[in-house]
Write a protein that binds this ligand. Structure first.
Ligand code: CP
Length: 376
């Protein structure tokens, strides 16, 4: 997978598609006015304070947290924190994306991610386009790349892409003049979920100032093998110094996950008293190969046995440290991996995660658009 950075490709790109895109399109927005591309938001080093220069930057993408350095991660989280603080104070956000058009290209269903990206773009003054695969020409067989290129040709500067296929966002980024934000690709990564999870843990566990997670222990419980959320969390939390454990049955938490930088454990009850945060994962039946979508899976013998070993019940919650928090990215299978009393209980920061999605995504959009407030 390509590293996050100014390049759309691992090892850099020639910028051919960006150049082609700039040449071929007049970048028309509503009313026939030109609309800025993401790269056009960048101030050149020569620009004085009153001018903005169009520079020949290749688009910046956010495809994954793997490979993102601590400085960049910290910059994104500080910016997200600033947005959260302003919102708490009832202040409006700076209109850093005024003139930029952001399109939500969701080829897979979503509640939290889609809504919060829309709110984030709107809060920053961007124009927001909503695209749903079921009401688009994807249903007639159009490819993801053709769809993205056609939407981009209309003058879109940032494409937010969710897809069932691992690697879809990266694939589109290789042929895009627009900036691509991965909003979840198959089992691979969900980088903005990782950001909002880190922001939430930092707030709830008193680490907003330092963003130092070196004494923080995170347990990720359940269906890690299917989970892009788990992969982004492992990369992000460990980069900030946390110790991350994946806990589940071997089919859902194979030892091979340790190559990502976490440890793998089997005994949830042994781990719970020592951790600061528990991130419960949804059992993702739809990724287990049973097209019927029935609540049965070849990865576990039965729902009942899964619950005996890995459900977060009130009894298990009582084993946790008084200060420890419960997280879940949503959507939840209530009564399966997590009981309602825990999901809605005092330790739960699940709705805070949803709220922080807006602030984390504001920072992410500013970063890919190279807004001067975060672009350093
Ligand atoms: N956490 C998450 O990605 O939720 P949605 O699928 O509702 O966007």
């Amino acid at each position: 997978m390509a590293q996050v950075g100014r390049s759309g490709r691992a090892g850099g790109r020639a910028g051919g598609s960006a150049v082609r895109n700039r040449k071929m399109s007049k970048k028309v927005g509503s009313g026939g006015k030109p609309t800025r591309t993401a790269s056009e938001v960048v101030e050149s080093p020569q620009a004085n304070s009153s001018t903005r220069a169009v520079v020949a930057a290749t688009p910046r993408h956010l495809l994954q947290l793997e490979g993102m350095d601590r400085v960049t991660l910290t910059r994104l989280l500080r910016r997200a924190t600033m947005h959260a603080t302003k919102a708490e104070a009832g202040e409006n956000a700076e209109q850093t994306l005024s003139g930029v058009t952001v399109a939500n290209l969701f080829f897979e269903d979503s509640t939290r991610t889609r809504t919060s990206f829309s709110m984030a773009a709107f809060n920053l003054g961007a124009r927001v386009l909503e695209f749903g695969a079921t009401t688009s020409s994807v249903s007639k067989g159009e490819t993801l790349i053709d769809t993205a290129r056609n939407v981009e040709a209309m003058g879109v500067g940032v494409l937010v892409v969710r897809a069932k296929q691992s690697g879809a966002a990266e694939m589109i980024s290789k042929d895009a003049g627009a900036s691509i934000v991965n909003a979840g690709d198959g089992r691979h990564e969900h980088p903005t979920q990782g950001l909002l999870d880190m922001l939430t843990a930092a707030q709830a566990l008193g680490r907003v100032e330092t963003l130092d997670f070196s004494d923080l222990r995170l347990a990720i419980v359940g269906d890690a093998v299917s989970s892009r959320v788990a992969r982004s969390a492992i990369h992000g939390f460990t980069t900030l110094g946390a110790k991350v454990m994946c806990i589940g049955p071997s089919a859902m938490a194979p030892k091979s996950l340790e190559t990502l930088g976490c440890t793998v454990e089997r005994d949830l009850d042994a781990v719970l008293p020592d951790v600061d945060a528990v991130m419960m994962l949804r059992v993702q039946f739809e990724r287990h190969g049973d097209a019927s979508g029935a609540k049965a899976s070849p990865l576990i013998p039965s729902i009942r046995e899964y619950r005996v070993g890995y459900a977060l019940t009130p009894d298990r919650e009582s084993m946790m440290k008084p200060s420890a928090i419960v997280m879940h990215p949503g959507p939840m299978n209530r009564g399966l991996e997590i009981d309602a009393a825990v999901a809605d209980g005092e330790r739960s920061v699940i709705l805070q995660q949803a709220r922080n999605g807006v602030f984390a995504r504001m920072a992410a959009l500013e970063w890919v658009a190279a807004a001067p407030q975060i672009a350093k």
